[in-house]
Design a protein. Structure first.
Length: 644
């Protein structure tokens, strides 16, 4: 049956496919109620000439399986994956469960997908159609949206069809698909009714359905000949619109019990292979959890193991789903809280800081055991920073110190990590830090007795002064730059390491630290760290007068923030006024004036409240440090400025 109506939507999609054939890229999100005709429009666009179309549909029962939809979409192209660079190829194969390795980072998976589709499109423009996107797993949806935001002139098209607004597709162009107009709806109804159709009955059906094509089609076929011809009254109310599901439920209940059982099994296993239910341990765990009416530790533990397997593939959104349900089924308070904290950590790793905070709000952090409390505080601080909440940067160091104290007795390594974050965030917060001091952080680090060159040098600097710290700082920098030092260490320690190298006035070593940390962040796909490093490096380049390099780094930094979906407010906070001024940007003078007023107000409001790091900048020819302060007195540091 040909499409009835939809002239506006079809014309728009035809222009979209025409642009693809001309080598451009684009994205369309078709959004509308169930049965409104989104799939028919997908059929229309997928049938366009000159394009290679691949399709995938979200399945409600598979929404918790990380990268599942992406795998189904890319299956035709996986033979080309061997041509990807090593990091991208490994990330994609780990995400799909084809090989073991560290959890797949979504940035690397996204870049791998973009590279793979770009190669396919070089031979023929490629169109990816995603139906029922509301049931696509979060990892797959995030990767495809990432590709949509990055593609420009590769001949890659993506069309999503969804019933609801999806956070993962925010910012992409949306076409709202509504009901058919009255004339088109009447034409469709006339096509599906075999016998006589009374005009008044038809008008009532069109009005009641709101022009929903599925409702019109179903009613045209399900209502009796007498009802459609007007000789018998119509059901009141009509089983349409929001009541369409009830309509189908009644149909299912009319089937024999055995048939209903097979329908239930088919719904549980959308692939149609009933043996697959028992074979897939993660699906089995999820189905067991769905069948639980009360608390069940055995099923909760099984879900937790599924969560661990999801995380090993980089499926942090799936890990959230598993752990939240595991927590709901946990009979013990300790297990329930531990799983909720794990879910919050996974949400943060999945790029959903608001969800992480919501999960942490479901229980009292102070009542947790030591390790869980430390993990919760760390996650809360990082989520608040990601959301750029007012005062987040000022509060983060103290929260991290509290987390370190919780870890200290049972996990010194975790305590050292928390203190490193406290030091890094103190460097970032500068004069806005509250409820702790550099001295407290340094004293705690020394008392902990956990040997780490960077934190040891930091403690000597703060507690014993510059002269005593020179040798430990050089040792810390050498340790950081040693090729044998693990990448994980570089990502954890880069911020205090940059500050220590800066205090030696050794630009070469400071640049070397930035280069290594940036390389590690790129290689591992650690967007949060890559963002911070690019910004820090751009500041240092500006300090040294290399404005072209500084601008290039800053542009890449903004591209990363766009990929992460960073709030516009965050981008404004981290705009570099010096570079704006040197480039003679028209509004630079006003921007600098506003920055100065903000700093003056913040400094006045916090004066005398506590001892902490003073605002610092850096320039050539600085007269040196102020008495009692470990930071240079004037000029600018290259630590990222992140706001209050």
């Amino acid at each position: 049956m040909s499409i009835v109506g939809r002239a506006r939507e079809r014309a728009s999609l035809d222009r979209f496919t025409g642009a693809l054939r001309n080598g451009l890229s684009g994205v369309v999100v078709l959004r509308g109620d169930a049965g409104i005709g989104k799939t028919v429009l997908l059929d229309h666009v997928a049938g366009a000439n000159g394009l290679r179309a691949v399709r995938v549909a979200g399945v409600r029962e598979e929404a918790a399986f990380a990268f599942g939809a992406l795998h189904r979409l890319l299956v035709p192209f996986l033979a080309r994956a061997d041509r990807l660079v090593t990091a991208q190829r490994q990330a994609l194969r780990v995400a799909f469960g084809l090989e073991e390795g560290p959890p797949a980072d979504r940035f690397l998976v996204g870049m791998a997908t973009l590279t793979l589709l770009t190669e396919v499109a070089s031979e023929q423009p490629v169109l990816c159609c995603v139906d029922d996107a509301q049931w696509v797993d979060g990892e797959s949806l995030g990767v495809l949206a990432f590709v949509g935001r990055r593609a420009y002139a590769e001949g890659i098209g993506l069309v999503f069809a969804t019933r609801t607004e999806l956070e993962g597709l925010s910012g992409l162009p949306v076409t709202e698909v509504t009901g058919l107009g009255e004339d088109d709806a009447l034409e469709l109804l006339c096509r599906v009714v075999d016998g006589d159709l009374d005009t008044q009955v038809a008008t009532r059906i069109v009005t009641a359905t709101g022009g929903n094509p599925l409702a019109l089609t179903d009613l045209g076929r399900e209502l009796t000949t007498g009802q459609l011809s007007g000789t018998l009254s119509l059901p009141d109310p009509l089983p349409v619109g929001g009541r369409l599901e009830e309509h189908y439920l009644r149909r299912v209940r009319e089937l024999p019990p055995g048939t209903q059982t097979w329908l239930l099994l088919a719904a549980a296993e959308p692939s149609g292979d009933l043996g697959y239910i028992a074979a897939d341990v993660d699906k089995r765990a999820w189905h067991l959890a769905s069948a639980c009416l009360g608390l069940n530790e055995a099923v909760a533990a099984e879900l937790e193991r599924s969560a661990d397997r999801a995380a090993a593939r980089g499926g942090f959104a799936a890990r959230v789903t598993y752990l939240v349900r595991a927590a709901e089924l946990s009979p013990g308070d300790g297990d329930r809280d531990r799983r909720r904290v794990g879910a919050a950590e996974a949400a943060l790793a999945a790029g959903a800081p608001r969800q992480a905070k919501t999960l942490l709000d479901t229980f009292d952090i102070a009542g947790l055991d030591d390790v869980s409390r430390g993990r919760a505080l760390t996650t809360l601080a990082m989520a608040s920073l990601s959301l750029t909440e007012p005062g987040a940067y000022g509060a983060a160091p103290a929260m991290s110190v509290t987390a370190a104290r919780a870890f200290a007795a049972v996990a010194p390594d975790l305590s050292d990590g928390a203190l490193t974050r406290a030091a890094a965030w103190a460097i970032t917060a500068e004069h806005m830090m509250r409820d702790t001091t550099l001295t407290e952080i340094a004293e705690f680090s020394r008392a902990l007795g956990y040997h780490d060159p960077v934190m040891d040098a930091f403690a000597v600097l703060i507690l014993d002064g510059y002269e005593a710290a020179v040798t430990p700082i050089r040792e810390a920098v050498a340790h950081f730059l040693n090729p044998a030092t693990p990448d994980e260490y570089a990502l954890a320690k880069y911020m205090p390491s940059i500050t220590l190298a800066m205090l030696l006035w050794d630009d070469e070593e400071e640049t070397a630290i930035m280069r290594r940390a940036t390389d590690v962040a790129r290689r591992t796909g650690s967007l949060f760290h890559l963002d911070a490093m690019l910004y820090a490096w751009s500041m240092q380049a500006a300090i040294l007068g290399d404005l072209d390099h500084s601008g290039a780094l800053l542009r890449e930094c903004h591209q990363i923030r766009t990929a992460m979906g960073t709030a516009e407010a965050q981008s404004e906070i981290t705009r570099m006024p010096e570079l704006q001024a040197w480039r003679d940007v028209p509004y630079a003078t006003e921007f600098l004036r506003g920055t100065r007023e903000f700093c003056t107000t913040s400094t006045t409001s916090t004066a005398g409240r506590r001892a902490g790091p003073r605002p610092r900048t850096r320039s050539r020819g600085s007269p040196g440090p102020a008495r009692g302060s470990p930071w240079p007195r004037s000029g600018r540091s290259s630590a990222p400025r992140t706001g209050a």
